[in-house]
Design a protein around this ligand. Sequence first.
Ligand code: SF4
Length: 237
Amino acid sequence: MLPAGLRVPVVVFDLEWSSPFAYTCNACSRCCYGKAILVGPYEVLRLARNRGLTTTELLAACVEGGGVLLRVRPDGGCVFLTERGCGVHPDRPLACRLYPLGRNIDAQGRERFGHLPPHPQTAGVYGRDGTVGDYLSRQGVEPYFAVGARYAGLYQRMVAVLARLAEGGVEAEAAAAPGMGPASPWLDVDATVAAYCRERDLAPPATLEEAVDLHIRAVDAWLEGLATSLPAAPPAA
Ligand code: SF4
């Protein structure tokens, strides 16, 4: 559920990579108020690493909504907004890089983009002298898209497994991150990877890329374990 006061905008996803589009941000920061900024494991990991925090610490301090949304301050501003603008600009989440666009991948794997409604007093300037692809490249979305694609199948599997456990009244065993709920191993990368390495006598990851690799393996192993507690499928009619 979204925190009070936040709404999901209605967006028409009718743009492709080659569609005409340009946007110049003039750093008014108005887009950093009243937004539900979703984060995934890669975003949490990057934000934590470059602040000298573990993902457990970052999640506790900066994330809400069951562990998937950046915390919103009482004045509606993002937890990372400073007087000089975004305080985490090099590691800002994908949603902030895409803005003022949103991205949708439909059931057939077709990728489209759409205009998010701008703040009425935005200082950002829209244009058509470029393409969606030009804009996104300048925003550094490539690693986010690439890692997101690696996690996509795992995410679908986790949602399906947790839903089946919930239907059967079985509580998923989750580690670390207080208040995170059953999907804690999904976002608390450091705690999940540390437990995985400890149990298998593996060296801890030295780089962010190694952490992602090990996390994908750890979540896969976690889901394998959860699958053994799934309620038996009803007999075929
Ligand atoms: S992470 Fe940065 S760009 Fe994104 S909403 Fe927060 S302050 Fe704004």
